[in-house]
Design a protein around this ligand. Structure first.
Ligand code: KG4
Ligand code: ZN
Length: 342
């Protein structure tokens, strides 16, 4: 079975082609990060317009890379939500148009399910049930995965997402937007122990997160270290970045370990943009292995938004007999707000 997947929920246009027997055949991506950087955040209308510009050329690129024609496809999948309404409509519109013209089924996919199952794109499989940490710019959730399509929410952020916290701290430190990777790079040169930042909700007894207070703590620390001027030496910035990263990594790791202990499951899957963070990967690998389990990450290139995870999630749902298969003749839908596993 050969599935084309379109991802347009935010600021990445992603086209993936997944074959249930051969695996991932193509993964074409255009990131709008440079376009939104001037505004310090995603501008929804600009995002939609850029998706419209990129979708067809990128689909052609992916089809060519896979050596396929549109007639070879068995289904067209797209991100139905959650995400920006206008941006979602661009991918949904092209998917429905292709499905209608080709007479193929249309498969709507939940963006977070795409992330959740993405570590398995490379063929690895955790022991089910397993725990999953979804850490992106928009979401921070711990889920119990009982099988494809069977998700139970264990805990989530009550305010900012972890990626959002990285981006806000990076902006305070002036390392650009989106700042997660840049802050992590800066932190490599710093000494995390030089400052002590809070570990929010680490002893809350539940599996929820809170990261909005960390931003304030970083702002206060910058004021204190710079003696009110806001100007920092390179080494001072690096130390603050390292302390901030250490705090987030510590909180995420403690909560993941608590989730494994509370549910009794062994394996952990980590997905979403923050899953590309090397410190988080190293810490979780060490801690989960010490508990006798395994931790699985998608390849770094598939941590952030992409079309491959959408095609892949649709394929797994189809194989499990639970794909929400639709006929494009019946129209299409998007769900900007949509909870997975509720
Ligand atoms: O999953 P994703 O591409 O988009 C959403 O669905 O939100 O995640 C993007 C987020 C951004 O906040 C970005 O700063 C963060 O992931 N990120 C990182 C790293 N690479 C990306 N955060 C920490 N360390 C990284 N290496
Ligand atoms: Zn995402």
């Amino acid at each position: 079975m050969l599935i084309l997947g379109l991802e347009t929920s935010c600021d990445e246009t992603g086209i993936g082609i997944f074959d249930t027997s051969k695996g991932l055949l193509a993964d074409a991506l255009h990131s709008q990060v440079a376009m939104h950087a001037a505004y310090g955040g995603v501008v929804p209308e600009l995002a939609s317009r850029d998706h419209i510009r990129r979708l067809i050329p990128l689909t052609r690129t992916a089809m060519k890379a896979a050596g396929l024609g549109l007639d070879d496809l068995d289904a067209i999948a797209y991100t139905e939500g959650p995400g920006l309404g206008g941006a979602l409509l661009t991918g949904a519109g092209l998917a429905a148009g292709l499905a209608l013209v080709l007479g193929k089924p249309l498969i709507p996919v939940h963006h977070l399910e795409g992330h959740l199952l993405s570590p398995m794109i490379s063929g690895e499989s955790p022991q089910t049930p397993y725990a999953a940490l979804l850490v992106s710019g928009g979401h921070t959730q711990l889920m119990l995965v009982n099988g494809v399509g069977r998700y139970q929410l264990l805990g989530e952020t009550i305010d900012d997402a972890a990626g959002e916290a990285f981006d806000k701290a990076a902006s305070l430190l002036g390392v650009g937007y989106p700042g997660g990777a840049a802050l992590a790079h800066l932190a490599e040169k710093g000494v995390p122990e030089r400052h002590s930042l809070p570990r929010p909700l680490v002893r809350s007894g539940d599996l929820n997160f809170s990261f909005s207070g960390l931003k304030t703590a970083v702002a206060n620390l910058i004021r204190q270290v710079s003696k009110g001027t806001g100007r920092l030496q390179a080494a001072e910035s690096a130390d603050i970045a390292a302390a901030f990263q250490a705090s987030i990594v510590d909180v995420l790791a403690v909560k993941c370990l608590n989730a494994l202990k509370a549910t009794g499951v062994r394996d952990l899957v980590v997905a979403g943009g923050v899953g590309a963070n090397q410190q988080l990967r190293a810490r979780l690998s060490r801690d989960v292995t010490a508990l006798g389990g395994r931790v699985l990450f998608p390849p770094a290139s598939l941590c952030t938004d992409n079309g491959a995870m959408i095609a892949h999630a649709a394929a797994l749902r189809w194989q499990a007999g639970i794909a929400n298969i639709r006929s494009a003749a019946d129209g299409f839908n998007v769900q900007p707000r949509w909870t997975l596993g509720g």
